[in-house]
Design a binder for this molecule. Structure first.
Ligand code: ATP
Length: 254
């Protein structure tokens, strides 16, 4: 394990970001750091600014102040395609799979979007790509479903395929927005295991509401409230925090 170096090497640094929508601060001087290959779970009540933060990281929303540093490079307010090319990939809540393609072909399409375009010129690149697709199929547990049309997948399977497509881009940082939306407990549990299998190679920032899932994921949790940083710590620490309970957990129990 390279835990010591991993924690000393941030892949993402969000520093004092503020996003202003016509005078309304959706994000208000928010900062956080994520280490290479590590997991972070971002929670907070509805409207806390979680999705806007992801939009800002990936360049879809402009920040009025502050900076986003990725892999040591300032990427603040760069165009989205440039940020994606540098190695950040986002999976949205709504599945973005191509329904008329098989599971395998969906992954192959995503793999071709690998930002390392020069690999296409290497001898054996096609074979390596095909191997990569088979490895991802295995990792997401869909080997048996490889020849099924994506349209015919169950909801949970579609979500796993989407995660697989994000993985196929070989991005260093994966942003997963509510990856367990609409899933039952078994599927949720499988998703937590899948996300753990991605760590090390990828840093993963997960946004989710479901505390059962957050507990199953473990790791460090960052809490956002009204666009501001509220708390950070283990799931247990965050759960035990009275301020967090007041703004988030308390409300969720209502
Ligand atoms: N384009 C926009 N223009 C104006 N206000 C916006 C825009 N996008 C988001 N907001 C507002 O910014 C705030 C933060 O929204 P955001 O979607 O980031 O929160 P969230 O924490 O992801 O919430 P949820 O958990 O419900 O998805 C909300 O009050 C929302 O209404």
């Amino acid at each position: 394990m390279t835990m010591a170096t991993a924690t000393a090497d941030p892949i993402l640094k969000v520093d004092g970001i503020t996003v202003d929508f016509d005078g309304f601060k959706a994000i208000d001087n928010f900062s956080m750091t994520l280490e290479r290959g590590q997991l972070r779970v971002l929670i907070g009540p509805n409207g806390a600014g979680k999705s806007t933060l992801c939009d800002t990281i990936i360049g879809r929303v402009h920040s009025a102040s502050g900076s986003v540093t990725f892999n040591g490079e300032n990427i603040t307010n760069k165009p989205e395609f440039e940020i994606v090319r540098r190695g950040i990939c986002r999976k949205f809540q709504t599945p973005g799979v191509l329904p008329s393609l098989t599971v395998r072909d969906n992954l192959a399409v995503a793999a071709q979007r690998d930002r390392r375009w020069w690999t296409a010129f290497q001898i054996g690149a096609k074979a390596a790509e095909a191997r990569k697709v088979e490895d991802i199929l295995e990792q997401i547990g869909l080997t048996e479903r490889a020849d099924t049309l994506a349209a015919d997948l169950a909801h949970g399977e579609k979500q796993w395929l989407e995660i697989g497509m994000v993985v196929a881009t070989e991005a260093d940082l994966l942003l997963l927005d509510e990856p367990t939306a609409g899933m039952g407990p078994n599927e949720t549990s499988k998703t937590a295991k899948l996300i753990h299998s991605l760590l090390g190679k990828h840093a993963v920032l997960v946004i989710d509401h479901d505390m059962t899932f957050v507990e199953e994921l473990g790791g460090k949790v960052t809490v956002m409230h009204q666009g501001k940083f509220l708390k950070q710590g283990s799931v247990a620490e965050v759960r035990a925090d009275p301020e967090v309970a007041a703004v988030y957990l308390g409300r969720a129990k209502e």
